[in-house]
Design a binder for this molecule. Sequence first.
Ligand SMILES: [Fe+2]
Length: 398
Amino acid sequence: MATLSVQALPLPPSANPAFFSSFGREVKDVDLDVASDDQLEQIQKLLYEHSCLLFKNQKVSPESQYKLTKIFDPESDRYGHGNNKTGGEKKSILHPDLKTIPRQPQVQVIGNGTVYDHEGLPEARLKHPHHKTFHKTAVSPEDEEAGVTRFYRWHIDAALYDLSPPKVTTLYALQVPKGEQQTLRYDDGTGDELKVPLGTTAFVSGHNMFEVLSEEEKSLAVRLGVEYAPHPYVWMSSAHALPTGLGLESEGLELDLNDLPPWSQDKIKIFPALWKNPVTSNLHLQIHPSAIRALHIAPLPSTAKRTPESLFPDGATITSLPEVRSVVYRLQRQGIRPELVYTQDWEDGDMVLFHNRGVLHSVVGAFTEDQVRVFHQCNLAGTSDPEGPSEEDIKKWA
Ligand SMILES: [Fe+2]
């Protein structure tokens, strides 16, 4: 069998190559629309090793994209948020962002502007989400005019209630409007900023996010369980995000649990904060910061050394949202600093596969109504929940 050739992805100048030695590869000489079983098998392994794969100049039908997505979890067949619904309810914050392709409902059309007669959709009005609709504050109109933008929302593609997180997301760019680079500001008092291509998708490695933590933070992460809200995208529908897009402000705006669509305790998801990579065995810090509702921290094992710096050495259950969010923010914020961010400079025909259980990603930028952007996105709810740290990992890191 012929081994697929790969090369490193071009990094943005802001990225520190030391963090990207294994992250991201362009895979050459594959036609994804007719890829062989052998090629698909190699792609699977490459994805777990490199987190993010780019294929240039592709022409991929929704059927082929579905097939490509499905190889990672052959028994799965439902869209990551369930088929023909987006987070379950009209009130969900995901609702306006997604349009389903009728004959292949696991594949969504996303983008900006209006497209006509597209894959069985007579008319689809697409809206690239803008941070001003989600963040508590927004960049001023003058700054926006000058090309300033933000991360919209750092996330994992996952329902986080009832369904298990998809293993992979495939993102296919059919039409990409070109425009000036933008300046992405974090606006959190650090002065951090990034130069980004218009409408980029930003990625960070969950493995890097874990690696950059202090010893005490790693010990906390390996003992941490994260509980998500029922119907999280409805629950958070009135809340506002932080200027980094990395979680929510605590203003008491989340819906009361009694006002949510019907839910049951057995469908609530409590995941380990660290997810184990099935090929490399690396640990990836994978938390969807906007959807978290409680933390469950195990005590330090008796073999671990306790110091005054140990975090929650006796374990804890935290249900106060401001505290839940500040603990998670502390663990995640370092992992999105500019040198750790990969920004995809999209071109027509680009297909990106990303390891949804190994990276966090965010929409970036803003388009005008006449800038038409068309992408196909597919992910499938997992058939099982992610695996957490092993006994050995806990012994090593706690
Ligand atoms: Fe996403």
